[in-house]
Design a protein around this ligand. Structure first.
Ligand code: GSH
Length: 221
C-alpha cells in the first residue's frame, strides 16, 4: 500500500490517522506546521481544496475528511468501522457520520469565527450560534445516555468523525461541555482507546489533549 496522510498540526486530519490506527493499516505520515494559522503552501498545492486532511494513494489525491475516511476504510480496511445497510444500526451510523460534517462542524466553525472576529454576547448572531451549539450538544448527550458509541454498541467511523470538533477543535472554538455528562463520559471512553492514543502521539505529540469538560486553558491562537 502507498497511502500517505498529509497532516496539518492540530487539525481535522488527526481523524484520518486515528482511523488508520484503529484499522491497523500502514501509512506514511507527512506533517505540516501552520503558517501562521492556515496550511502552508506546500500542503495547499496538493489539492484544489487546499485543506487538511489530504491523502494520496498511488496516483490518487483526495481531500475532505469524510471522503478520506470512507475511501480508506472501504479500499484498505475491508469496510471495517463502516456499517452495512443490513446492520440494525445502519441508519444511526450514517446519520451521525454525516451529522459531524453537515451540522456539528459548521456550528463549531461559526463559534470559532465569531471568537476570532471578537464578537461578544451582545451580538445576536453569537446568541443564535451558541443556541445552536447547545442544541447540538443536547442531541449528542441524549444519544450517548444509553449508547456507548454513536451507532450503539459498536465503535465506528461515525465516532471518529464526531470527536475532533468535541476535542482538538476546542483550541480554536472555546466552548464548555458543562451540563453534558454523557458526552464527558464518552470522551473518557475515547481516551482509553489505544488507537486514539497512538494517533495523537503521532499527530501532535506536544499537544495537550482536550478530553475534559472545559476547553484548553490556553487557546491555540
Ligand atoms: N470540510 C473539510 C474542512 C477542511 C478544513 O478546513 N481543514 C482545516 C483544518 S481543521 C484546514 O485545512 N485549515 C487550514 C487552511 O484552510 O489553510 C474537511 O473536513 O476536510
Amino acid at each position: 500500500m502507498s497511502l500517505t496522510i498529509h497532516h496539518l498540526h492540530v487539525s481535522s486530519s488527526e481523524r484520518v490517522v486515528w482511523l488508520c490506527e484503529e484499522l491497523n493499516l500502514s501509512y506514511k505520515l507527512k506533517t505540516y506546521t501552520r503558517s501562521p494559522l492556515l496550511a502552508p503552501p506546500e500542503l495547499k498545492a496538493l489539492h484544489p481544496q487546499g485543506s487538511s486532511p489530504t491523502i494520496q494513494d498511488g496516483d490518487l489525491t483526495l481531500a475532505e475528511t469524510g471522503a478520506c475516511l470512507e475511501y480508506i476504510a472501504r479500499k484498505h480496511g475491508g469496510g471495517r468501522l463502516l456499517l452495512d445497510p443490513s446492520h440494525l444500526a445502519y441508519a444511526d451510523f450514517i446519520y451521525w457520520f454525516h451529522w459531524a460534517s453537515g451540522t456539528f462542524m459548521p456550528n463549531v466553525g461559526r463559534v470559532m469565527m465569531m471568537g476570532f472576529a471578537g464578537l461578544g454576547a451582545e451580538n445576536s448572531m453569537v446568541g443564535f450560534t451558541n443556541d445552536r451549539l447547545q442544541k447540538a450538544l443536547r442531541m449528542l448527550d441524549d444519544r450517548l445516555k444509553d449508547n456507548q458509541w454513536l451507532a450503539g454498541e459498536e465503535f465506528t467511523a461515525a465516532d471518529i468523525m464526531v470527536v475532533f470538533p468535541l476535542t482538538t477543535m476546542r483550541y480554536f472554538a472555546r466552548y464548555s461541555l458543562q451540563g453534558f455528562e454523557h458526552v464527558a463520559g464518552y470522551l473518557k471512553r475515547v481516551a482509553e482507546r489505544e488507537g486514539y492514543q497512538r494517533a495523537m502521539r503521532k499527530c501532535d505529540p506536544e499537544m495537550e489533549l482536550v478530553l475534559g469538560v472545559e476547553p484548553p486553558s490556553k487557546p491555540f491562537v
